[in-house]
Design a protein around this ligand. Structure first.
Ligand code: AMP
Length: 279
């Protein structure tokens, strides 16, 4: 496994692979890898000859009051995990390599980026679409793999790929959880023991909603109250609990077909997201 730090070398390498008839699957990450990331690598390995993982903490998707400066990083550990997982190449550009001082272009998706996380983090998705677009043009993949854990992000990326004609197949894979059900996230590292215990209330709340749905409850408001109670009982602060159409992210009041239940909540200073599908 090798590490590439500049865009031109990455593009050259990818063109060489393509010239040899090899397919490339790409897994974009911000590093501090866990089993969730590695599950994306497994799918990438099944789908293509070459697997490229990018590790880049993208400043553009953090607002000035967010956790950019303390976002967890451990490149040595990430390298070992990638090498053991059979990754071909890590793309690990610096900030300067990705954004020149007078950088002035953004890619903005204007529909699916608006609700859910887009409301509380209005600059987040423009930062994500811009960096993913740039990473796609550096890695030149045939396939890109994203996690369902960030369901809105996956939808936004799919829309960008369709709208801008990227010749890339986007694959979305299931959320990987800790044994007790907490969705794996690099940000879980911020949680102290008490917050870690309380954070499980998101998963528990989604479970309670699923049970109520199975017993016949179809009102989003009634189900929302159940999830909210679970989270607030532990002292968590709900940002949103939304019942939305899985394709359009439009709000759903009565559940007649599959809906995405998307949750964001804070435990201490740590904002976590999770989701499930009902129906
Ligand atoms: P991140 O490094 O958090 O930006 O995540 C990089 C990719 O890994 C994104 O496509 C995420 O959706 C995916 N991912 C993060 N956590 C998980 C998880 N627990 N299970 C599956 N995929 C995940």
């Amino acid at each position: 496994m090798n590490t590439v730090q500049d865009i031109k070398s990455m593009q050259r390498l990818s063109r060489e692979w393509h010239a040899k008839g090899k397919s490339i699957a790409f897994v974009p990450t911000m590093g501090y890898l866990h089993a969730g990331h590695l599950s994306l690598v497994e799918v990438a390995k099944e789908k293509a000859d070459i697997v490229v993982v990018s590790i880049f903490v993208n400043p553009l998707q953090f607002s000035p009051i967010e956790d950019l400066n303390c976002y967890p990083q451990d490149f040595i550990r990430d390298k070992t995990l990638c090498s053991d997982a059979g990754v071909t190449t890590i793309f690990h550009p610096s900030n300067d390599e990705m954004y020149s001082a007078d950088y002035s272009t953004q890619i903005v998706e204007n529909q699916l980026s608006k609700p859910l996380c887009g409301k509380s983090r209005p600059t987040h998705f423009p930062g994500v679409t811009t960096v993913v677009c740039k990473l796609f043009l550096a890695v030149l993949p045939d396939i890109a793999v994203f996690g369902r854990k960030d369901a809105q992000q996956a939808l936004v990326i799919k829309r960008m790929v369709r709208d801008l004609n990227f010749p890339i197949e986007v694959i979305v894979t299931p959320t990987v959880r800790e044994i007790d059900g907490l969705a794996m996230s690099s940000r879980n590292k911020y949680l102290d023991a008490e917050e870690r215990k309380n954070a499980l209330s998101i998963h528990r709340g989604l479970g309670v909603a699923e049970e109520a749905y199975d017993r016949g409850e179809r009102s989003s408001d009634a189900l929302r109250r159940l999830v909210k109670n679970e989270i607030e009982e532990t002292g968590g602060t709900v940002d949103y609990i939304e019942f939305v159409d899985e394709g359009s992210l439009a709000t759903v009041d009565r559940i007649e077909k599959p809906v995405l239940v998307a949750v964001a909540a804070k435990f201490g200073d740590t904002r976590l997201i999770d989701n499930c599908t009902l129906g």
